[in-house]
Design a protein around this ligand. Structure first.
Ligand SMILES: Cc1cc2nc3c(=O)[nH]c(=O)nc-3n(C[C@H](O)[C@H](O)[C@H](O)COP(=O)(O)O)c2cc1C
Length: 210
């Protein structure tokens, strides 16, 4: 059983890092033998789309000519294979300006590819990967969901659309909100209660994978 653990915050004392670490810890308590593969986009950002990659993706012909082994696709292949190898994906991410931080967007730009992780049909894009559970721990300085929401949320609908595009539709969001106003004790309490809410889903999903 493989867990892909992705973090996106550039901060060490990060709420989303603590949340994703707590989710992974909970998964490991259910699946003690699971292997954890780390992709730390916050501390080791991947480059934004580069010229050779954009050239290859610019037309169906250039994409077909490149095949999977082209130098320009090496990073994309590595990242896609990390997703394919994962039975469960855990993402810790801040909300930045109502959506995902640019380091996560850079990862998305490498993961979605026609003919590899999705296909284009007259009815729209169809995912080519198997579904697998994704747990997304989000830290936001303000409030974007629930009765006290006072800002737009382009993060969860966007990330759900992106993942669905490659075939991944079982996505659970754990929003740790108003971090700008939390002391450590309150943050610990909220984090623990968020993780407790997804424990049954985690047990079900994981047992279906075993
Ligand atoms: C560039 C930037 C943009 C941000 N945009 C938002 C935002 O749109 N909404 C919000 O609630 N918080 C926003 N924040 C606050 C962060 O979401 C908050 O500090 C969060 O706890 C950061 O995650 P971390 O603790 O995992 O580092 C922003 C922070 C930064 C640095």
């Amino acid at each position: 059983m493989n867990i892909l653990h992705i973090d996106c915050s550039p901060r060490l004392e990060s709420h989303s890092r603590k949340l994703s670490a707590g989710i992974v810890e909970k998964l490991l308590s259910i699946l003690p033998g699971a292997q954890v593969h780390r992709r730390d986009l916050g501390f080791e950002p991947i480059p934004h789309t580069e010229s050779a990659y954009a050239e290859v993706l610019s037309t169906p012909a250039t994409l077909a000519a490149a095949g999977r082994t082209a130098d320009a696709l090496r990073l994309a292949e590595e990242l896609i294979q990390e997703v394919e190898a994962a039975d469960v994906i855990v993402i810790g991410t801040p909300m930045n300006n109502f959506t995902v931080p640019s380091v996560l967007k850079a990862w998305i730009d490498q993961i979605l590819r026609v003919g590899r992780t999705m296909k284009s049909t007259p009815a729209g894009k169809v995912g080519l990967l198997q579904d697998r559970p994704v747990f997304v721990g989000i830290a936001s300085g303000g409030v974007f969901t629930g009765e006290r929401a006072n800002q737009s949320d382009f993060l969860t609908p966007y990330l759900s659309a992106v993942l669905a595009c490659i075939g991944v539709t079982t996505v659970h969001y754990l929003p740790l909100q108003a971090t700008a106003f939390l002391d450590d004790a309150k943050a610990d309490e909220l984090r623990a209660s968020l993780i407790a809410t997804i424990e049954p889903a985690m047990v079900n999903l994981v047992s279906s994978l075993v």
